[in-house]
Design a protein around this ligand. Structure first.
Ligand SMILES: [Zn+2]
Ligand SMILES: [Zn+2]
Length: 116
């Protein structure tokens, strides 16, 4: 698969006991459906997510929507992992995979384990 940010080839990695695909250039991570749930120990990948408001996206480094690296022709939707913690993810409406930019996976893991 190809990184939706910079077009680099994604490299398979293991996070905990979950197979992920990581970009060595931008440190972004792709997780397939169900993999984020396993990483954070939840039943669902995005148990508390909500769609990101357009006005909140103005400070994003890239304004254009990312394209799903698995479906290759589907634009992903920006969502917050949860309301209180504004970690912005991109999720594919077709395959339900999730793109996490650098540090976002760690932010999510930290926020999940803090609130438990
Ligand atoms: Zn990348
Ligand atoms: Zn997809």
């Amino acid at each position: 698969m190809i990184c939706p940010r910079d077009g680099s080839e994604l490299v398979p990695e293991v996070f905990g006991d979950v197979d992920i695909d990581a970009c060595e250039k931008c440190d972004g991570i792709w997780v397939d459906r169900g993999e984020l749930a396993r990483i954070i120990g939840m039943e669902k990948d995005l148990p508390m997510s909500e769609p990101a408001a357009v006005q909140d996206l103005t400070d994003r480094s890239l304004m254009s929507k990312l394209v799903c690296p698995r479906c290759t022709n589907v634009e992903m939707d920006p969502v917050y992992f949860e309301h209180s913690h504004k970690t912005l993810l991109d999720t594919c409406p077709v395959c339900s995979g999730i793109w996490l930019d650098a540090r976002e996976l760690k932010e999510i893991v930290r926020s999940v384990y803090q609130t438990m």
